[in-house]
Design a protein. Structure first.
Length: 507
């Protein structure tokens, strides 16, 4: 096998301290701590390294270490050396109790960090991870700047990792960007979306640009349409308070689906550098044909899951979930058609859909090519067109449907699926998205993080849709465990197409 070519930053980052704001929260327990533990166990974190948890809970060092121990036991991958690895990992852990918006508490944190870096011989390199409620992002950034923990570097450096949601509309996103950029430079701000850390998302550019069989075909001459599906089997799962304020448009479309669309449609960057790649993503978002608020009700399908059956179990509807208003008009499903008005994609529809309580959990980009001319093989009607499926999750991989002749004495043609799966092909575990993103943030590589203008461009497109749809009466319901309302099928079938996924089997 030929030697692999590295296309992004590699290697172990230099010594640093990771400070997790919201250290007692669910995201820290389920995702951040297991990801950090895996990186530590695989030798991808520096020897001089420390984790400082910060939250309002009165845990103390030992309480936080116990929380970490339980998190690793419940969520980390087992390899047989957990006890020794956990013991060594826990030795890197400290905890500081405090409020997020209180300057005196943040000053105490600054003093604790100074003591830790002196004790462990670590430069004052700080990676601040904001795993907090959205309303705390701006106050934390301002307080960190006030106590001078925002040094730009390069030696020492400070970086800020910000979880979504990033604003709830264009106005609030601009305001948040302005506040953050008053406290930290743009290159210090890492807006994180875990979708961008997934292996198949990262492979999109390689698939297109490193294979000469694809790039010449990646345009409106050869592609009929594109489908992007992000389906979840779960309901709101105790997050009704957040979801009632967000809905699928804010929770999924503005970030996850816009990222997938822009990566699939972007032009080749001038170089494999963070800003060059992000420049091309922004160009796609700015080329999206606006859906005016007055048109959104007719062109965008919104719905809520109702009672149904999922995996043999009865499932209640959204309006029956705890914390959901009985007259709620918050959507749990969205489907619509997007058009990109540029030279490459003029006339090619992008059909997007996302929903909760679907039959399977799957995120997939489907590239549907134009049909072959019906000149030679038209005896039995039009042949199915080729399509390329890029599976983001689960079973990350790439599949392509081709037409082949069935063995035998007749000229029988049937579709055949060529399927490539990462886990099977490389015989190795795929890293969790948070592992990759945490490591990149520690290295200072912003490629897989969202820039301010990209956030604003996505909101500029989605905002009018939200304004045109919100508060417009009751929503149609679809049974839990189904593929959404009939209106979503009509959206694409009325134009002579149909929704397709490579795998709909139970995952």
């Amino acid at each position: 096998m030929s030697e692999a070519i590295q296309i992004t930053a590699t290697g172990t980052p230099g010594p640093f301290v990771l400070v997790i704001f919201g250290a007692s929260g669910d995201l820290t327990r389920r995702k951040l701590i297991p990801a950090l533990f895996h990186l530590y166990r695989e030798g991808l974190l520096p020897e001089n390294f420390a984790i400082v948890g910060y939250a309002r809970s009165e845990l103390g060092d030992e309480g936080f270490r116990e929380l970490i121990y339980q998190s690793i036991a419940e969520h980390a991958r087992e390899t047989g050396d957990e006890d020794e690895s956990r013991r060594r990992f826990n030795s890197t852990v400290r905890y500081q109790q405090g409020r997020y918006d209180d300057e005196r508490d943040i000053r105490r944190l600054a003093g604790r960090l100074q003591a830790i870096t002196s004790e462990l011989n670590i430069p004052a390199n700080y990676l601040f991870y904001l795993s907090t409620p959205p309303e705390m992002i701006a106050p934390i950034a301002e307080q960190l700047a006030r106590v001078q923990l925002n040094h730009r570097g390069p030696n020492p450096w400070s970086r800020l990792v910000v979880e979504k949601p990033f604003g709830r509309d264009l106005t609030s996103a601009k305001e948040l960007n302005q506040i953050l950029q008053q406290s930290f430079a743009e290159e210090q701000i890492f807006r994180i979306d875990h979708y961008l850390g997934k292996e198949t998302v990262q492979n999109l550019l390689v698939l297109r640009l490193a294979n000469s069989v694809f790039e010449p075909l990646w345009n409106n001459r050869y592609i009929d349409h594109v489908q992007i599906t992000a389906a979840e089997t779960l309901g709101v799962e105790g997050r009704a308070g957040y979801y009632e304020q967000a809905g699928a448009l804010r929770d999924m479309v503005q970030n996850h689906l816009m990222h997938l669309l822009s990566l699939a449609a972007m032009e080749p960057p001038v170089a494999l550098m963070a800003d060059a790649i992000r420049d091309e993503k922004v160009k796609v978002l700015r080329s999206l044909r606006p859906i005016p608020a007055r048109c959104a009700m007719n062109g965008v399908v919104r719905a809520q899951y109702g009672p149904g059956e999922q995996k043999g179990q009865s499932a209640k509807g959204y309006l029956q979930e705890d914390g959901v208003a009985t007259d709620s008009t918050t959507e749990t499903f969205v489907a619509f058609k997007a058009m990109i008005d540029n030279w490459r994609w003029a006339g090619v529809p992008f059909y997007l859909r996302t929903g909760k309580r679907m039959p399977v959990r799957i995120t997939e980009i489907g590239i549907h090519f134009r049909s072959a001319p019906q000149v030679l093989f038209n005896a039995k009607g039009e042949l199915p067109a080729n399509f390329l499926a890029i599976r983001i999750q689960p079973n990350e991989g790439i599949a392509m449907q081709l037409q082949v002749k069935r063995p035998g004495l007749t000229q029988a043609i049937e579709p055949f699926l060529m399927d490539f799966g990462y886990a099977d092909a490389f015989k190795q575990r795929l890293s969790d998205a948070y592992e990759r993103l945490l490591l990149d943030a520690a290295r200072g590589d912003t490629t897989l993080f969202t820039r301010a203008d990209e956030v604003e461009a996505a909101w500029a497109y989605v905002d009018p849709i939200i304004q045109g749809c919100e508060g417009k009466g009751t929503l149609p319901q679809y049974p839990a465990g189904s593929w959404g309302p009939r209106e979503a099928d009509a959206l694409i079938e009325d134009e002579g197409r149909r929704w397709q996924l490579i795998k709909r089997k139970k995952q």
